[in-house]
Each structure stands twice: as C-alpha cells, then as structure tokens.
Ligand binder design. Structure first.
Ligand code: RI2
Length: 331
C-alpha cells in the first residue's frame, strides 16, 4: 500500500507525514502537534458532502500519520484524542468536521501550555551555578533551562551531548547559546568523564510506560546508569500525553530502528559489515529521580496513576509500515 492510493490525500498532509518520517519535523511534542495540524488541514481540505467519505479520509490520514515513526506515544495519543471525538460525534458534515478541528486545536493548545507549565515547575528545581547535562534536543528541557536563566538563576552551565548519529545535541547547543546560556558540546562517550562536574541530568521523553520506564533517545539509559553511579539526580521532563496507556495493558513500546546510513553515510566502505541504528532505549524507573509533568513532579513509580487519572485515550491506531515510493511525495 502506498501513501496516496484510493483516497485523495492533500499534498500538505503528505508533506507533514514525510517530514516527520525524515525527522525534518522531530521531537516527541512537536510531532504530536504536527499530526494534529495535519488533521486540521485534512479536515479543511475535504470538498465533498458525504459524512462517510469524510470519516474515511480522516481515518486514512490517521493511518498515514501513524506510519511515520513508531516510538513516541505522543503522536498516537494526539491522533486518538482527535479520532475519538469524530468517531463519537453525531450530526451533519459541518458538525463532524468541526469535531476534528476543535479536538486538534485543543490538543495543540494543551500541548503548548503543558510545555510552558513544565518549564515553570522545572525551572524552580534549577539552582544558581548548576551544571546541567542534557541529551538530544528536548523542547521541554530547553524551555525549562531558558526559563531558569530568564528568571534570574545565575551561573547555570549546560553540557550538551552530541547525540549521535543525528547530532540533535547541536540544535540544543545552538538554542541555548543563542539565549546567552553557556553550553559545552561533548561527545556521547565522554559522559562518565564529565559526570563528576554535573549537578543534574535533565532529559525529555518519547514515551513513559506504566511501570515508570522512560523511552528516550538512544544513549539515555547509559547516562542514567552513570548518573546513578555518581549519585547525580536524573530528571525526566514529559507532558502527560507522553505516558502510554497501552502499556497499562502490558503492551511493549516499539523501538524505532533507523537506516544504517545515519551511522555510516558511506556504507560501501564497510562491505559485509552489518550496522544497526536503534533510535531509542529504555531507562528503568530505578535510575530516575523524578518525572516533571505539567500536573506536577512525580516519582516514576506513579506513572500508572498518571495514566489512570489523567490518561489520554488508549490509541486505536498503531504504527504500521506503509511503503513510501521513491519519488513520493508530494510537494
Ligand atoms: P520534546 C526526541 O526524539 C528526543 O528523544 C527527545 O528527548 C524527545 O524527542 C522529546 O522531545 P527525536 O524526534 O517533546 O529527536 O521534549 O527522535 O521536544
């Protein structure tokens, strides 16, 4: 099956899907907001008059967006928040269409407020002269550090890991230094070397399981291990839509494995050598000091409670590969 077969999908929706898949749009929160945006574009683009055809278009768009990246549950939680609304809505096309648009807008605005709120809560934990180590590029972590800096915390320094193979640490370093915050970019493999200087490790999350295990960028669990050895606090920042309801029922989180070319661009130089590129790993709850969410600071062991109390609807949609033709898309 390809991305553009029996139902006509708007080019802009396909572009968003393609950019998520290729990580031009990336970061668990950002991809969740991008799929919500794609749903709005899809809903507004429908020119027919049939409620059934409209719902089929929405379902097809959800299927395509769900096929982009498998690990960050934020993407599936955003889609199931929206799909539950239009699947349960009753009325004419206007009513069903506006149920999609309203739910998607609600999600986007919830998400942006949650990031801000986590920044407010998280920045209070940062003290004058703290040396913070972060991995990858998390918008909630960046928000928190910038807010701490803006609200007058003095002497903050950040160690940003490169985050191979995609080097998202470069983005982090640029974002922070652009705001006047001292940053040092370090190789991923040097974390243990530097840990003696670190006061706090702060990372984002792609998915948090019911048992409190955190799925985040590959290498996170190694950093947690090193922090634990050195008795350094290991803090995770995550909006509640990064908690996975399906894990309550015992489902595993699928770890994305990306192209070997991201690790070795000239693969032909290593003829016959298999190269693997898992994008995420799992940090067990016992290595996590606390998880900072928009509803407060929780121990990882309280994750099941967060899912039950504040839970996002269990995703009806799961990641299924849909082949992308070479010349697809789209623009
Ligand atoms: P925010 C990223 O994944 C990283 O793993 C990062 O820690 C996480 O999303 C959370 O990002 P990728 O898309 O939502 O770079 O905090 O693979 O921005």
């Amino acid at each position: 099956m390809s991305w553009n077969n029996e139902v006509k999908i708007p080019g802009e929706v396909l572009r968003i899907a393609y950019e998520i898949k290729n990580m031009k749009i990336r970061g668990a929160g950002r991809i969740a907001r991008a799929v919500a945006e794609a749903m709005i574009i899809g809903a507004e683009s429908y020119r027919g008059e049939s409620v059934n055809d409209f719902k089929d278009l929405m379902r097809k768009i959800i299927e395509i967006l769900s096929s982009t990246r498998p690990t960050a549950v934020s993407l599936f939680n955003a889609l199931s928040y929206i799909s539950r609304r239009f699947e349960n809505a009753e009325g004419d096309l206007d009513v069903i269409r506006s149920s999609v648009i309203t739910a998607a807008r609600e999600f986007i605005s919830y998400s942006l407020n949650a990031v801000k709120r986590i920044g407010e809560i998280g920045s209070r934990i940062i003290k004058n002269d703290d040396v913070i180590l972060t991995h990858c590029n998390s918008s909630v972590v960046i928000e928190t550090i910038i807010r701490a800096f803006k609200t007058g915390k003095r002497g903050i320094k950040v160690l940003a890991t490169e985050t191979r193979p995609k080097f998202q640490g470069h983005i982090t370093a640029k974002m922070l230094s652009g705001r006047g915050i001292p940053v040092v970019l370090i190789p991923d493999s040097s974390v243990r070397y530097f840990m003696k200087d670190v006061d706090k490790v702060i990372v984002g999350a792609d998915t948090i399981a019911a048992n409190g295990a955190v799925v985040n960028k590959i290498g996170t669990s190694l950093i947690a291990l090193i922090a634990s050895e050195a008795n350094v606090d290991f803090l995770v920042m995550a909006e509640t839509y990064k908690f996975s309801p399906a894990t309550l029922l015992g489902e595993y989180v699928k770890i994305e494995e990306r192209s070997p070319e991201e690790v070795i661009p000239e693969l032909s130089e290593l003829k016959g050598i298999k190269v693997r590129n898992p994008a995420f790993d799992v940090t067990p709850p016992e290595y996590i000091t606390a998880i900072i969410t928009e509803i407060g600071i929780i121990p990882p062991q309280a994750s099941a409670l967060v899912i039950k109390e504040y839970g996002w609807p269990i995703a009806n949609y799961e990641h299924r590969e849909i082949a992308v033709e070479e010349d697809e898309p789209i623009l």
